[in-house]
Design a protein. Structure first.
Length: 635
């Protein structure tokens, strides 16, 4: 538009951006998807607790059956206990189904569903001696099984310590149906010297299995060459059954220290279709430790999802970029053997603009769901979807009550306090004085601040297409697990593709409507977003029926390259489309009537403001087309 046209006025009750409008009336195939949050409930008991390790699993044959498992910290007992909570009504209500209190250090859990109500819970109990947990030398792994959708449980098998497990169950028909597969960090050699231990300690991914009618777990299956890598642990994160019948496991491993930085490798291993051997590890990416002054990246902050019908594996991971920790997304279309170059997911328009504790899942319509929290210990959790294989994501929808309030005080709750005694050996005479080299007792108390140690499997989609995110909050101050039902809706329950328009199919109704100010204009300084409410008035003598769409033709401004942030077809410039159908009363805009207010959101770059006294922040040109065979069909 010409610079002489009026600009936005935030101090008057009208909208004067000089728009040329185009309204699009299209068939129902062009309506926008809606994300709806239902049944936000507490999963954990009212007494609360700290839940650093948790995941959710869904019955593939009954969307009503859900289980939540993990490890809960008990401040009074100063210990970790295992738990399973179950729901038989699609997550509306929850009950305690199982507690594993075989020691005061029960951790490394995972759980999964088979079919016909079969479910497994894998839980490790360390032997605690004088307050210290002894893991792989005297720890015990127990497998609990349920035959009624997670309602009741029995101990099915046990073995030695299986560190950091990831579990999947065969759901296909055949002799291995309902067989349990457990990936874990398999430590095969250790050294008594602590210095050598740090340099030589090796681990690789192991795989053990259990058939529900047998009481013995199999011997570990390993990759023949993986031990030679001498990873500092190979921590299994999530496992899936591939389209070809094999298994794929995502893991992260510490590499040998280089200079002052530790590097973490994100990798994958897979089995053959017979599941009798593990492949050599495939490296997905490496994550360098942050330098001083930069925001930390968390190697365990991984997310993974598998679209079985299309054979696509998605992995999200943290990576340093320009001193900032960003979330990257990579995909594999060949069962994890090769991976695409990581795609930088744009920082979200949220309070903290960051991704922490992410999780992903795919629903039956191949919609990719992503959930995350706004900071390392934030109570602010979000959910977003992608319908284009992760290339773009929709607006961040808050799962919890999000605000800009500061983090909770250290003294707000005692639910996250860990206490233990240790041996302190002073070694620097300049710092420790006469006690140099002296062994003494020490007491440590740590406030864990609601940190999530592992929640990679905290998002699941049930067979009816509903997403079920699971997250932790301070809640009343004692800690809580919460969940919700998230529905991605479209007409006829079908996944909608981005809008496309053929001008020859359209009926131009530009002259039949007017654009009016909708009652609010706001510039969000923290996210540099401009939000404008508009309404449309039908100034013709004909009724206009939904669907009702706006299409952007041009977008300019005096402050740099503007972007549209909330278009329903996820485009950020010309060609972006907003669906205004929901603003019509009963789907019809009567002659002389106006729509309800509709918000347009634009991202304004952090550019230098021109010196002119009047700055045109935004100029938007829109075009009107009705996709009907003739005007008479709208009457």
């Amino acid at each position: 538009m010409a610079r002489s046209r009026p600009s936005l006025s935030t101090g008057r009750k009208y909208f004067s951006a000089g728009f040329l409008l185009t309204l699009l009336l299209v068939t129902s195939a062009g309506a926008a998807q809606q994300v709806r949050m239902d049944s936000k409930v507490e999963v954990s008991p009212a007494s609360g607790g700290w839940y650093p390790w948790y995941e959710v699993a869904a019955d593939p044959t009954d969307p009503n059956n859900l289980i939540v498992c993990g490890s809960k910290w008990d401040t009074r007992d100063n210990g970790f206990y295992g738990f399973v909570y179950s729901s038989s009504d699609g997550g509306k209500t929850w009950r305690i189904a199982l507690e594993d209190k075989n020691s005061t250090w029960v951790s490394e859990q995972s759980c999964a569903f088979g079919i016909n109500g079969k479910a497994y819970f894998v839980s490790e109990a360390a032997h605690v001696i004088d307050g210290a947990a002894h893991l792989d030398d005297v720890g015990t792994t127990r497998v609990f099984a349920s035959n009624d959708g997670g309602g009741t449980w029995r101990e099915a098998a046990k073995t030695g310590w299986a560190d950091h497990t990831a579990t999947v169950v065969e759901t296909n028909s055949g002799p291995n149906q309902n067989r349990l597969y457990v990936f874990f960090n398999y430590m095969t050699f250790r050294t008594p010297d602590p210095v050598q231990e740090a340099e030589r300690n090796g681990g690789h991914v192991g795989l053990i299995t259990l058939k529900d009618d047998k009481e013995q777990l199999t011997s570990p299956i390993v990759s023949p060459n993986m031990m030679d890598t001498r990873y500092r642990g190979s921590f299994a994160m999530k496992a899936v059954i591939l389209k070809d019948g094999g298994l794929l496991c995502l893991f992260y491993a510490g590499l040998k220290a280089q200079a002052d930085s530790d590097t973490t490798m994100i990798g994958a291993v897979h089995t053959d279709s017979a599941r009798l051997r593990l492949s050599d590890p495939v490296e997905i990416t490496r994550i360098a430790a942050p330098s001083n002054g930069s925001k930390g990246c968390y190697s365990s902050d991984l997310a993974m999802a598998y679209d079985g019908p299309r054979g696509l594996v998605y992995v999200a991971y943290h990576s340093l970029k320009d001193g900032q920790c960003r979330l990257m997304l990579t995909t594999s279309a060949d069962d994890g053997r090769t991976w695409s170059k990581g795609l930088d997911i744009p920082q979200p328009d949220t309070v903290g603009h960051g991704f922490y504790s992410p999780a992903m899942a795919i629903n039956r319509d191949s919609v990719l769901g992503l959930m995350w929290r706004d900071g390392p210990v934030s109570d602010c959790w979000y959910f977003s979807i992608s319908v284009d294989n992760g290339k773009t994501f929709g607006a961040a929808e808050p799962l919890s009550q999000c605000s800009e309030r500061p983090a909770a005080s250290l003294f707000e709750s005692d639910a996250f306090l860990r206490t233990w005694g240790t041996i302190w050996v002073s070694s620097d005479p300049l710092k420790q004085g006469s006690f140099s080299g002296h062994r003494s007792l020490a007491l440590q108390i740590i406030d864990e601040r609601n940190v999530a140690w592992r929640n990679i499997s905290s998002l699941v989609a049930t067979s009816d297409g509903v997403f079920h995110p699971l997250w932790i909050e301070l809640g009343s101050g004692k800690g809580q697990l919460r969940t919700a039902a998230v529905r991605v809706e479209a007409p006829d329950d079908k996944l909608l593709k981005p809008y496309s328009f053929a001008q020859t199919d359209g009926w131009d109704v530009t002259q039949k409507v007017s654009l009016l100010y909708g009652g609010n204009t706001h510039y969000e300084t923290s996210g540099r977003n401009l939000k404008v409410d508009i309404v449309l008035k039908n100034r013709s003598n004909e009724r206009i029926r939904a669907p009702l769409l706006l299409e952007a033709i041009t977008l300019t401004g005096d402050v740099g390259k503007l972007e549209i942030s909330n278009a329903d077809n996820r485009m950020s410039g010309p060609g972006a489309v907003w669906d205004l159908s929901g603003t019509l009363s009963n789907g019809v805009l009567e002659p002389g009537a106006t729509t309800a207010p509709y918000r347009l959101v634009f991202h304004v770059p952090n550019a230098e403001v021109p010196p002119e006294p009047e700055v045109k922040i935004l100029s938007l040109q829109l075009k009107v087309t009705a996709f009907m065979s003739s005007p008479s069909t709208s009457r």
